[in-house]
Design a protein around this ligand. Structure first.
Ligand SMILES: C[S@@+](CC[C@H](N)C(=O)[O-])C[C@H]1O[C@@H](n2cnc3c(N)ncnc32)[C@H](O)[C@@H]1O
Length: 159
């Protein structure tokens, strides 16, 4: 498969997964969390499909497209672990989390996702859904929407 095809499939899985999760959380109360602002594409999509939810965003840098800058009060700029600990300490509960941190080095990305899993669990509302580009640990794994090949994008439910 060409790298172009591979990228298109990953982005399609990401979008379809977020749309699916937005539907799944309709009975739940709680906020949304985008882990990894990056260019702001997934943040922009989340705010389009979940207009009535507060959307928190974590990233160590603010380097997104100018049209996708989150409100200052919802952007937690810093390293993931302390930012997640701050969210948990402030009592915020997340109904839908999207995990998109990464350096692009698979082993390192998988290790970081595993290391952050316990603190992600602390911010999740019971039954909340996590859509993730990396494997997480300690959550119930879900099938997610039809048509996404196993391992391309991952779906979890919090206890
Ligand atoms: C793949 S990009 C996110 C792409 C974004 N979701 C989008 O759609 O444009 C990953 C982002 O995560 C951030 N990041 C990676 N590891 C992090 C960490 N441990 N703490 C905070 N930010 C991190 C990077 O700065 C980068 O902007």
């Amino acid at each position: 498969m060409s790298r172009l095809d591979s990228m298109l499939r990953r982005l399609t899985a990401q979008r379809d997964g977020l749309n699916w999760a937005a539907d799944q959380i309709s009975p739940l109360t709680g906020d949304v969390l985008d882990m990894g602002l990056g260019n702001g594409r997934t943040y922009d999509h989340l705010r389009e499909i979940l207009t009535s939810r507060r959307i928190w965003v974590i990233d160590r840098v603010l380097q997104c497209h100018p049209s996708c800058v989150p409100p200052e009060k919802d952007f937690l700029q810093g390293e993931a672990k302390p930012m997640l600990e701050q969210l948990a300490a402030d009592g915020h509960k997340i109904a839908l989390a999207h995990y998109d941190f990464g350096f692009g080095v698979k082993e390192r990305d998988v290790a970081e996702a595993a290391a952050l899993s316990p603190v992600i669990a602390q911010v999740m509302a019971p039954g909340g859904i996590i859509v993730s580009g990396q494997p997480l640990t300690g959550f119930e794994e879900l099938d997610g929407p039809a048509g996404i090949p196993p391992g391309r994008y991952m779906f979890y439910r919090a206890e």
